[in-house]
Design a protein around this ligand. Structure first.
Ligand SMILES: [Zn+2]
Length: 66
């Protein structure tokens, strides 16, 4: 099954420019993408399925309304 990666800011799946970064403090590799929609450089949200992605979008909308 293919993981879905989404922008944590706007929820777009159009991410590009994978960059591998090293978190020196924690010694853990991280990857970040540039979102094609909002232009933010972000650590992507990883979702297991299309269903989870839909839930994530609903939660994101709720945040916007607060
Ligand atoms: Zn975005």
């Amino acid at each position: 099954m293919k993981d879905i990666v989404a922008c944590p800011i706007c929820g777009s799946k159009e991410l590009s420019g994978l960059k591998h970064m090293e978190n020196w403090m924690k010694k853990t590799p991280m990857s970040s993408y540039t979102c094609q929609k909002c232009g933010n450089l972000a650590i992507p949200f990883i979702l297991d399925s299309e269903e989870d992605y839909k839930k994530f979008l609903i939660e994101l909308e709720k945040k916007d309304q607060e």
